[in-house]
Design a protein around this ligand. Structure first.
Ligand code: ZN
Length: 133
């Protein structure tokens, strides 16, 4: 059965209040009024910890089934408390490398379940949003 309504994107990111406005603005420009949003502490963290049993995956599956998003967007951020904050990494380069690797692991896991392309981003405390490949 064809869905009666569909959206452009399915987005997964962290709960941290410091980043919500930047993320909303970014998504609003990219996918105006056309994205589903799954928000959990640590962004992709719960997905990577629990894999097929994760509540994250369950939510992504529901969105994908009901709203047929064309793309999946993963957004991690600087100084994420779920990972112990920036202080757990020593410097930003190490933190960025770590979050990049989290995003790549999450992308690989999602590729097994979903056919949509996955975009990966990191938000800085400055508000800057960088795309990771
Ligand atoms: Zn966070």
């Amino acid at each position: 059965m064809e869905p009666t309504h569909s959206c452009k994107a399915l987005v997964l990111h962290c709960i941290d209040f410091r980043f919500q406005e930047q993320i909303s603005e970014f998504l609003g420009k990219k996918f105006p009024q056309s994205y589903d949003r799954v928000v959990l502490a640590g962004g992709v963290k719960e997905l990577l910890e629990n894999g097929e049993r994760s509540i994250t995956l369950k939510n992504l599956e529901i969105s994908s089934r009901l709203h047929q998003p064309k793309i999946i967007v993963l957004i991690q951020h600087e100084d994420c408390g779920a990972y112990g904050g920036s202080k757990a990494f020593g410097d930003f380069f190490k933190e960025q490398e770590f979050q990049n690797s989290e995003l790549k692991k999450a992308e690989a896991l999602l590729k097994q379940q979903f056919s949509q392309p996955v975009e990966k981003y990191l938000v800085r405390l400055s508000g800057e949003i960088t795309s990771l490949f």
